[in-house]
Design a protein around this ligand. Sequence first.
Ligand SMILES: NC(=O)c1ccc[n+]([C@@H]2O[C@H](COP(=O)([O-])OP(=O)(O)OC[C@H]3O[C@@H](n4cnc5c(N)ncnc54)[C@H](OP(=O)(O)O)[C@@H]3O)[C@@H](O)[C@H]2O)c1
Length: 287
Amino acid sequence: MVGANGQLGSEINVLSPLYPQYEFVFLSEANLSILDFDAVRSVFKVTKPDYLINCAAYTAVDKAEADREIALKVNAEAVSYIAVLCEEYKTGFIHISTDYVFDGNASVPYKPDDITNPQSVYGDTKLAGERLAFRNNPSTILIRTAWVYSEFGHNFVKTMIRLMKEREEIKVVNDQVGTPTYAADLADAIMKIISSEKWVPGIYHFSNAGIISWYDFALAIKEETGSNCRVLPVPTSQYPTSAKRPAFSVLDTSKISVTYSLQITNWRGSLLKCLKRLTTLLPQHED
Ligand SMILES: NC(=O)c1ccc[n+]([C@@H]2O[C@H](COP(=O)([O-])OP(=O)(O)OC[C@H]3O[C@@H](n4cnc5c(N)ncnc54)[C@H](OP(=O)(O)O)[C@@H]3O)[C@@H](O)[C@H]2O)c1
């Protein structure tokens, strides 16, 4: 796996002892930059992997607006090369993409075959990566996800917990709706796909179930953590960012659920699981 230190990579690492039939190789950016094509080829030559899960990405959505070149390199050019190697070594390529490939103007959940129309540099570079992955390796399994959080790295849940401790009042946008994805649930889905030994190439969508706004998500975090901080809903216009966010980001997860017999769990239960792990099992990971 590449990008092993990110949210998703770390959750797959946590899960890996449950799959003793596989020998995992976790490569973080410090061990292997996916921009170093020679090094990536050497890893394939030495390990001849049965599967490669690409958890590496340039994910700084706002920064990407001014940093298109590097975002394109990580999210598209490197993906293209990994796809070539996966094809050459007959390696099952699992690549991760994003709801930001859509424009967010829909009113029903996005299906994998719906028309893409990214509104940000990040979304644009991820879409370029999707296309190159399939062009070079038609057997790719590509999973788009959204609103990812976990006990690792930086994310909305950890930021809210910190801000709710520091401030008496916070404002959160209530006109962007979507579904959170607990990275541990996505990691579980990926491992179930691999261990099913049923390889059905194509685009899939994965998130938890339910539809909420960021404000609803913040309120749930406040309730579950017992915070006294006031949480106020605001429109996106009051929270300007460099990159445009889709107003509607709900993904239709039925294809992955049917193809791989996956139970898609509700976002609230998964939030609880993550909060529990943050406060009890892994206090050192608090933001
Ligand atoms: N986070 C979200 O809300 C979200 C939403 C939709 C889709 N996704 C997609 O889900 C996937 C996993 O996201 P995530 O939240 O786990 O991301 P993340 O926590 O930002 O992790 C990405 C990882 O990629 C690594 N990376 C960056 N450049 C690299 C390079 N040149 N070589 C090797 N590794 C490199 C980063 O290393 P450093 O830590 O050293 O920078 C980081 O560990 C990504 O494809 C992302 O686009 C994420």
